[in-house]
Write a protein that binds this ligand. Sequence first.
Ligand SMILES: Nc1ncnc2c1ncn2[C@@H]1O[C@H](COP(=O)(O)OP(=O)(O)OP(=O)(O)O)[C@@H](O)[C@H]1O
Ligand SMILES: [Mg+2]
Length: 463
Amino acid sequence: MASGARFRGFTWRPLGRREPVIAAFDLTIEGGERVLITGPSGAGKSTLLYALAGSLGHTISGELTGAVEVDGRIGLLLQNPGDAVVAERIGRDVAFGPENLGLSREEIRARVADALGAVGMPYGTEHFTSALSGGELQRLALAGVLAMQPEIFLLDEPTSMLDETNATAVREAILEATAGSTLVVVEHHIGPWLEHVDRVIVLSRSGEIVSDGTPAALRADPNPPDGVWMPGLPTPTPLDIPADLVTPRATPLQLVAEDLSIDLMTRTLRGTDTSRALRQMSARLRAGDVTAFTGPSGAGKSTALAAFGGLLKPRTGTITPAVHTWTSRLLADAIGWVPQNPEHGFLASTVGGEVERTSGRLGVAVDAAALLEVFGLGHLALANPYRLSGGEQRRLALAAALGHRPGVALLDEPTVGQDRHTWAAVAGWFASAARAGAAVALSTHDAGVPRDIDYALRAGELV
Ligand SMILES: Nc1ncnc2c1ncn2[C@@H]1O[C@H](COP(=O)(O)OP(=O)(O)OP(=O)(O)O)[C@@H](O)[C@H]1O
Ligand SMILES: [Mg+2]
């Protein structure tokens, strides 16, 4: 078994859970095989990759029984790419893995340059990692994995933060770099991968294998597994959320940006570095509309949302009302904001507590149980917010930011990492909120997201 892997009776009960999330799991991956793993959010896809990477029971606490055998050097791309950043500059960051392999300086330099080129990084090695957008961070993390030239590639949703063009380029780079190696890739949107893999494994909500075969067999299946983004299926219908959960508590604001330019400052060891993230953008967030900011990785979408959220000061131009001058309490009351990496903001020790945190601070009553149920988190009310799957964390952040029914919702990539059912809940939430009068703005690469207005950005400018 060259560079293969095997699970035998693998059972994993994370710390804090009564029941295992995966039980008596058997799977053999042959050396050189190219395997796609999919299934509902929370099924255990990332858990399988962590198991192969040897993290379970070490960096992630819990009880592991059975056996996980891996034959070969692995490279793991984490679902949340921000978690992998180790250095201040992108060149050093990518060099970290190869340095640990004890390679020569010339070899390391060559590998770093190749890897950054392969993922289409638009900056030189001296660029600051803290100045990268979500999609750029994802490509940086992938470059780090490619530079190690592992025998087994474990890639967790490697293109989830990328626009279609960059996703295609990155997918091609992955396929080229992994040719001849073992590849295990986890994805919700399986369509573009199907023609490139030998085998597709679909997990159920409870972590059992419900389908394991060739892409052709899966495509031909008249009853494909529930909730999976099979190519050709229509976009799911957003759920209708009861009005009492989404109707704004106060008259929603209309936010208007005029000729707005924003500079972003990166603090470094040697001082600060400034870059212009938005250039003279004019946009309007109307009550009752879903407004989408779109554009390639690094275009300024997150900056636009953060500016409307009062978190950034205009360099020139205006936002009306002048939200950046508001107190944090006033902002929290009027505006729900979900950043691109929402998991970094959790403060409560339970999922239920997190949902009630903002509303509790504002003295607003929320029906936390109903909220969690809508977002498919009802069974996790007592779990620790930091011990959730990627998709679950994003849904929790949405529930926590919107539970008190603010008049404005600013959502950075809200549908990333969702299966068809959880997607329908997320899209249903903001579509229903807009219908009930809220001003909803989001940044997205997801063509299926329902929206009323589109602002397309490129390099900080409206196009
Ligand atoms: N660090 C952790 N500690 C405890 N439980 C966890 C942890 N990470 C995930 N879980 C739980 O384990 C189960 C499987 O999670 P996993 O992250 O493997 O799901 P996933 O299939 O990758 O989902 P997603 O598509 O949302 O990323 C879920 O019930 C989740 O809540
Ligand atoms: Mg995952």
